[in-house]
Design a protein around this ligand. Structure first.
Ligand code: SF4
Length: 871
């Protein structure tokens, strides 16, 4: 193993004054020639902004052992020409690190190399696991001895744990045990593998160049080696590239993505394209939205270099205020040694940034910055500009106030109470920075900016803008919060930290910020005053959930949707022109214990479709067209991202049903629902002309029954299904019974079909005599619900296809035929009764609507029973 010596000097890198540091960048290259490491080094240089503490490359050729070279410092310091020349191979992975608050040093530098009995593996990760402590404890108890604080070591240990399996399966198993953020590259001497956590917190993209493939944290690392961006590595995806080519497979289901929005605000390079969105354009849009939200007058707009430039341009263009480079960064500073004394640090700041006196003198200046974290940078900029003669200095911040720390891979983030906006209102922040005005971009504006920049179908993590964390168990969050408040100030390696610390410790300073954690009075208040939040109900979190839902509701048709979200009641325009005697039909239902599957799989984006389906399929049995839908979602603790995922499903269901999501209730009920549990119920209202109501009264003996195929269990019989599959057969959600050809989790979460549009089309084609939704009670109890007295149903089970899940359940649970037919839909989600003469037209219409349908039986004389031809 080669190891570069010489620890780099501690100062911010090429970006000037840092706020938060992205912890890492990763790259993986596989190619036909031996240039993988060389390409990797170039790519790492393009990712230098993501980590400047250490750099490393592992490389190999097929059949060789893996060679590793890493060291402290910048990529250019670690890899000179000699070293680069010695690293020849077809496969390489690389890493740049910004360490966790100075922990670890060279031992934390990645890639990490593992020697297993079955071969060498090198691993490099970007992100942070939220279950690292648990993994350390469990793997430690099993005999693992940890050498580093790196998450890559957990991955290495987990791969060892599943030693007998194929590497792809080992990686999948490993993903099942990792929680939090990880975008990782893994190599053997024969293959390059990438895996990304199911939320996709940290970016990871795939590129192709002649004769090879590249995987990297950002697309700028692909550009530099002439690789063409092919798109992202999907959240939850495993990508394997070897001699056979490229294979992409699901490692873990994505419950809804939570891409770090701070990548767009600050971390990523402006020329990168992340999840299809150009970072520069996103920042431009943030500036535009900021100008739209705040009409402020000034003589010039001055951006803070570098991350504030695009937002500044967007702001200037939208507001019409001239753009000037009034602040200049020293581009050639590199990594300069700065002594830790306050005076030296202040000098260091001037070395990095200065005001352009001619541009700002005598002007009212608006300074556009990407964000405020500790606030010390802003304070210095205001001072610089005032000293350069600015008449007034207004701060325009192109993101919401940063109030919380990041648990997903942003290194050296301040503890919550060190975020300026966390413990200070806007007026205090204004006073502390010395600016004349201060305005932030709103949450909504930030998301709107992302949409304007082209973000489609991407969920974002906004954890640091309010504490809504997509993946942190509440107890974990509390634990981390407690840690924050008792932590000593972080290792003070940069001017930001020191200056803040200095001000806090200066008793004479009239501007000393009062953090709640430091004020005895405030603490006492917390101890004695009961609050709704202390009781477990966080109204802010609820409001955040509402904000996220607003985006979802934008998809709703607006012609009838007068008002809903945020009001006390939803208003719907009932257009009855030409329709006398309109009858409203309402239905309500839930999704039963199918929810347990969604909760255990942490996959919530389709359960809302089920909730809608169960209600609208009931309403359409009267021939009523669903008009609107309301949902009720109750949780022990509101998790805004989960709410967003569930409500996205509800919105999708409404669109499939052609109705409006008019409103809903998101209830937080601590002590009532435990852990991650929640419940959802729905309410649908439809309308039908009185003369067109379908109530089964015209059904006659001899009428024909047409069955519409289901997509599987739909939302019924899950208590029995779970008992059979998990308690009796001992299966797990990722298991893949042969008959199903897919994982159980996918089968069990298959959304319930919505038959509304097909039935409405059918009603145009033929006279429908009766309709039955096959829900709880299966084929025994539901079909007779449409019959008038004196009639019965005869079904021929040989006439339709019974999906394999039912035979699996019957076999594993030894369930009798009658019990199966009374519990499950057995492959028929809906039954239509028509006259014999209408059968052909009905089948034609239903098929044209996309249904799989067949004649499955007949109406016969009887007393409401269901007979089966095979009994
Ligand atoms: Fe990004 Fe903030 Fe979420 Fe961390 S908490 S992943 S910095 S948005």
């Amino acid at each position: 193993m080669l190891m570069a010596g010489g620890r780099g000097l501690t100062s911010p890198g090429w970006r000037g004054i840092p706020k938060w540091r992205e912890r890492c960048g990763v790259v993986g290259i596989i190619c036909q020639d031996a240039s993988a490491a060389e390409r990797g080094i170039y790519s790492l240089q393009a990712l230098q902004h993501r980590g400047q503490e250490s750099a490393g490359i592992a490389c190999a050729s097929p059949g060789d052992g893996i060679r590793l070279h890493k060291g402290m410092g910048l990529v250019s310091e670690v890899f000179d020409q000699d070293v680069a020349g010695r690293l020849k191979g077809n496969i390489a992975i690389g890493h740049v690190l910004y360490s966790k608050g100075g922990l670890g040093g060279i031992s934390d530098a990645e890639p990490l190399l593992f020697h297993y009995p079955w071969g060498d593996v090198a691993i490099a990760t970007n992100g942070a696991l939220v279950n690292a402590e648990e993994l350390r404890a469990s793997l430690g108890a099993a005999g693992a001895a940890f050498q580093t604080t790196s998450d890559a070591e957990f991955v290495g240990c987990l791969l060892a744990k599943h030693g007998s399996e194929h590497l792809e399966d080992k990686v999948r198993r490993c993903m099942m045990e990792l929680e939090g953020a990880y975008s990782a590259v893994i190599m053997t001497s024969k293959s390059l593998i990438a895996m990304r956590d199911p939320r996709g917190f940290r970016p990871l993209c795939l590129g192709k160049f002649p004769g090879g493939w590249a995987i990297a944290s950002e697309s700028c690392a692909l550009d530099v080696i002439g690789a063409e961006l092919q798109g992202r590595v999907e959240p939850g995806e495993i990508v394997i590239i070897d001699r056979e080519g490229i294979r992409r497979t699901e490692g873990r289901p994505c419950p809804g993505s939570a891409m770090c929005i701070f990548e767009y605000v600050y971390f990523a390079r402006p020329d990168s394209i992340i999840e299809g969105v150009n970072v520069s354009q996103a920042r431009h849009e943030m500036g535009r939205m900021l100008a739209k939200e705040h009409k402020v007058s000034a003589d010039i707009v001055v951006p803070v270099p570098e991350a504030g430039v695009e937002a500044g341009l967007g702001f200037a263009r939208e507001s019409g205020i001239p753009f000037e480079y009034g602040l200049v960064r020293n581009r050639y500073l590199g990594r300069t040694f700065i002594r830790p004394e306050p005076d030296a640090r202040r000098l260091g700041v001037r070395l990095k940034l200065n005001a352009v006196r001619q541009a700002v003198k005598g002007k009212h200046v608006l300074v556009v910055d990407d964000s405020i974290v500790r606030g010390t940078t802003s304070t210095r900029l205001v001072t610089l500009l005032r000293e350069a003669g600015a008449k007034s200095v207004g701060l325009m911040i192109a993101s919401p106030p940063v109030t919380h720390r990041c648990y997903y891979g942003v290194g050296t983030t301040p503890a919550n109470h060190e975020c300026l906006a966390a413990s200070n209102g806007a007026s205090s922040v204004l006073r502390m920075t010395g600016a004349d005005s201060l305005n932030y971009l709103s949450w909504e504006g930030l998301l709107e900016a992302m949409r304007n920049a082209g973000a489609r179908d991407i969920g974002f993590c906004l954890g640091c803008f309010g504490g809504c964390y997509p993946v942190v168990a509440p107890q974990k969050a509390e634990k981390l919060e407690n840690l924050d408040s008792s932590e000593k100030p972080e290792k003070l390696e940069d001017p930001d930290s020191l200056e803040k610390s200095e001000r806090l410790e200066n008793p004479d300073s009239p501007e000393k910020p009062e953090c709640p954690e430091e004020s005895g009075e405030a603490v006492e208040e917390q101890e004695t005053q009961a609050t709704y939040a202390a009781a477990g109900v966080d109204i802010d979190r609820g409001m955040k959930a509402v904000e996220l839902i607003k985006g979802v509701l934008k998809k709703m048709p607006s012609d009838r949707f007068i008002s809903g979200l945020g009001g006390f009641g939803g208003s719907f325009l009932l257009d009855c022109r030409g329709l006398e005697d309109i009858v409203l039909v309402a239905g309500t239902d839930g999704v039963g214990t199918k929810l347990r599957i969604a909760i255990e799989a942490n996959r919530h984006n389709t359960i809302g479709i089920d909730a809608v389906a169960m209600c609208v399929n009931d309403v359409i049995t009267s021939g009523a067209k669903p008009l609107f839908f309301l949902d009720y979602l109750a949780q022990g603790r509101i998790e805004p991202q989960k709410v967003q995922a569930v409500v996205s499903g509800v919105a999708e269901g409404c669109m499939r049903a052609g109705c409006v999501l008019l409103g809903g209730e998101t209830a937080e009920m601590p002590g009532f629902y435990g852990g991650a549990d929640y419940d959802i119920a729905g309410f649908a209202v439809g309308a039908v002309k009185r003369s067109e109501i379908i109530d089964g009264s015209t059904i006659q003996s001899g009428d024909i029954l047409i069955g519409l195929a289901s997509s599987g269990l739909h939302s019924n019989g899950y208590s029995l299904a779970r008992h059979v599959l998990f308690d009796m057969a001992g299966l797990n959600l990722p298991d893949e019974p042969e008959e199903l050809g897919r994982q159980l989790v996918d089968e069990l979460l298959e959304p319930t079909l919505i038959y509304v549009r097909s039935i409405l089309n059918l009603a145009e084609a033929v006279t429908i005599r009766g309709l039955a939704h096959i829900t709880g009670g299966g084929l025994i109890d539901n079909p007779p619900r449409m019959l008038p007295p004196g009639l019965a149903i005869k079904l021929d089970p040989r006439s339709w296809h019974v999906p394999p899940i039912f035979s699996v359940l019957q076999r594993l649970g030894n369930v009798g035929d009658h019990e199966m037919r009374r519990t499950f839909n057995m492959g028929l989600g809906f039954i239509v009764a028509v006259r014999p003469d209408d059968v052909e037209s009905a089948l034609e219409s239903l098929t044209a609507s996309g249904e799989q349908c067949r004649v499955v039986g007949q109406v016969i004389p009887g007393n409401g029973e269901v007979l089966f031809a095979d009994e």
